[in-house]
Design a protein around this ligand. Structure first.
Ligand code: SF4
Length: 471
């Protein structure tokens, strides 16, 4: 999972667009905390600065001023597999048609097949990332096509999987969203600067306006000459392309920031509505509703409202905890959770607590949290989940779990309740979760709940890479 941001100044004035992109990826930090980078175009000269770590630790004023730029793209990355420092994005190449930089949020299912094919034709790869495959295909296709957009159209025909990416050529900023529309990508504007972003929360931070979502299968290119779009399936109307799209439902459940809007549905509102529906489906007798910080808070508010029970604070999250805990033993795992969460004793003591979380994947953290709440005097702890049971692994890069990690594949709800030590446990149904998205125009991917892999499954060779088994 990654955060993408790109910006281009369409006037002739010199710009320092790297700073705009810095604030863009800073606002998308929740989409990935392992590495970040910015690539800039200064009148045809490309530069990149990228490192492992968080955005604020990687860039300072001096670096950003040195980058300057009239067009730039940025990236924040989560870790789904070990990529090494060469794989940190954006990736820059010098091709026969000039400099190109790419930031992608992708999961290419036929990656091994394409890589082998390209290697057999003499291509050299320095990383094991999808991005390099996209770039390699693009630069090859670009030789025989009239422009970058048509080269990308050919590239989209070559790759299977899900992706959004932003690409920078010497005169254009280009955004691409896969025909399934599984990963979000939006267009925004401030003055004569156009922006592409994974989420519009980055536009709000920059005081820019959200223009629209990029359509599934759209290639949008922005330059000083204007904005143009090409479509993977141009026989369809715009309305049909959106209707046929399937955005990842986990964007609404967990991934996106609550102040973002995807396909005209506010993330906060969808979570609040999910909480209200959860109160109807799985009510409980309790004195206080709390959210599992921070992603359970919006649904917890809706749940409290639906039950007519006060919403309050019961847990605090330490935002400054690094990701370096050694978690190989039970004791170390427990310590890591204790470092991450603190219980507000006076709030939970002698109360029946309902805790609402966005989802339960492995259940390890939830189990520790319930223990802490009970150790601190909670009389009962009822767990409510704002997503259905995760029964299938995601092969599209959002969740790296395998079947073996998912308790819902081998245990009943009652057995999971017993394993985590809750007094009761309730999951929202998929039907209610989908009904909590009343204003979206596209469909949703919900494969991790129903096993319906809309964009297909990995080719046999990549099954072993992802270590995924299917029912
Ligand atoms: Fe999102 Fe689940 Fe589909 Fe993966 S399988 S893209 S997490 S809905």
């Amino acid at each position: 999972m990654s955060g993408l941001f790109g910006a281009i100044n369409t006037s002739d004035r010199k710009s320092d667009i790297a700073k705009t992109v810095y604030y863009g990826i800073f606002s998308l930090q929740h989409r990935g905390q392992e590495s970040a980078g910015i690539a800039v175009n200064n009148n045809g000269t490309f530069m990149v600065h990228k490192q492992p770590g968080m955005v604020a630790d990687i860039f300072d004023d001096v670096t950003l001023s040195a980058l300057g730029g009239e067009c730039a793209i940025g990236h924040t990355r989560g870790a789904d597999k070990v990529i090494g420092s060469d794989g940190i994005q954006p990736i820059l190449i010098k091709s026969r048609v000039g400099n190109i930089a790419l930031s992608s949020d992708s999961s290419i299912l036929n990656d091994d097949e394409i890589r082998d094919d390209l290697k057999n034709q003499g291509a050299i790869f320095q990383t094991n990332t999808d991005s390099e495959i996209i770039l390699s295909l693009f630069s090859r296709n670009r030789i025989g096509t009239e422009d970058s957009e048509h080269a990308l159209l050919e590239t989209m025909k070559n790759i299977k999987g899900v992706y959004s990416f932003v690409l920078m050529t010497e005169d254009k900023l280009i955004g691409v969203r896969d025909p399934y529309g599984m990963r979000p990508l939006v267009l925004g504007k401030k003055g004569d600067t156009y922006m592409l972003s994974s989420e519009n929360c980055a536009f709000d931070a920059l005081d820019a306006e959200l223009i629209r979502d990029i359509e599934p299968g759209e290639i949008i290119s922005i330059s000083k000459e204007g904005i143009n779009s090409l479509y993977f399936d141009d026989a369809k109307t715009s309305e049909q392309r959106v209707k046929d799209g399937n955005v990842c439902i986990f964007e609404y459940v967990y991934v996106a920031r609550p102040d973002s809007v995807i396909d005209e549905m506010s993330i906060f509102d969808s979570r609040y509505k999910t909480g209200q529906a959860l109160a109807k489906e799985h009510p409980c007798e309790c004195d206080l509703v709390i959210g599992a910080p921070d992603s359970g808070n919006a649904a917890a508010l809706g749940f409290a409202d639906g039950l007519g029970v006060p919403f309050g604070m019961g847990l605090l999250k330490n935002r400054y905890v690094g990701r370096t805990f050694i978690k190989s033993t039970q004791e170390q795992r427990e310590l890591a959770v204790r470092m991450k969460f603190a219980v507000l004793k006076t709030q939970v003591k002698d109360k029946r607590i309902a805790i609402v979380d966005d989802s339960l994947v492995r259940g390890t953290t939830t189990k520790h949290i319930i223990r802490f709440l009970k150790d601190n005097g909670a009389k009962e702890v009822h767990v409510r989940l704002a997503s259905p049971e995760v029964k299938f692994p995601c092969c599209y890069g959002v969740n790296a779990s395998t079947n073996a990690d998912l308790p819902a594949t081998r245990m009943t709800v009652e057995e999971i309740r017993d394993m985590i030590g809750a007094d009761s446990l309730g999951y929202i149904s998929l039907k209610s979760l989908k009904e909590a998205l009343p204003t979206i125009h596209c469909g949703t991917c919900s494969a991790c709940f129903d096993g319906n892999y809309i964009a297909g499954k990995p080719c046999p060779k990549t099954d072993s890479v992802h270590n995924v088994t299917y029912n």
